[in-house]
Design a protein around this ligand. Sequence first.
Ligand SMILES: CC(C)(COP(=O)(O)OP(=O)(O)OC[C@H]1O[C@@H](n2cnc3c(N)ncnc32)[C@H](O)[C@@H]1OP(=O)(O)O)[C@@H](O)C(=O)NCCC(=O)NCCS
Length: 171
Amino acid sequence: MQLDIGSRQIRSYRDGDAESLARNANSRNVSRNMRDSFPYPYRRSDARAWIDFATAQSPRTNFAIADGSEVIGGIGLVLQSDVNRRSAEIGYWLGEPHWGQGIATAALQAMTDWAFAEFDLVRIYAEVFEWNPASGRVLEKAGYELEARLRKSITKEGQTVDALLYVMIRD
Ligand SMILES: CC(C)(COP(=O)(O)OP(=O)(O)OC[C@H]1O[C@@H](n2cnc3c(N)ncnc32)[C@H](O)[C@@H]1OP(=O)(O)O)[C@@H](O)C(=O)NCCC(=O)NCCS
């Protein structure tokens, strides 16, 4: 899979990606907005394990945001199951040097379109921690709507806070 987003790409992870993946992911300002499975510090071994996981998935739902040979971020879906099977959660991050250039918004738009075309989905959603207005803005710019405030649903780094649930529906 490869999607072009301006001069960057969303593409499958490759064996040679571990160095740039670890370098861009190794940020507390990234990890504090992600699930606990996204470590800090983020070591080369974490990057290798993630690349192994993502490339072994079937179907693949986790991809690199790349600028040529450099992985500058990641974007992925978690397909839901059972009665939630037409829903998917979407998540994304970018290395700090790449913030503020519209890259996450472009990646989210492209990935959302790809996901609706690729899978039998009607609902894609994201949960944003209440201290992360930049991500809420990215979702709004990509056409997602704020659906709910999930009060006290997130416990992260010793704080229990609300999540903002953003959703895109396509029947
Ligand atoms: C959230 C993140 C992906 C945004 O990436 P990005 O490429 O910088 O996003 P964009 O440039 O497309 O858009 C950012 C928007 O947020 C706005 N913004 C940035 N900081 C903000 C703040 N503190 N409060 C409000 N808006 C803010 C920007 O002004 C911009 O909006 P604009 O175009 O209307 O000016 C990036 O900061 C990141 O990786 N953060 C850590 C991981 C993360 O939060 N992942 C999402 C988990 S839900």
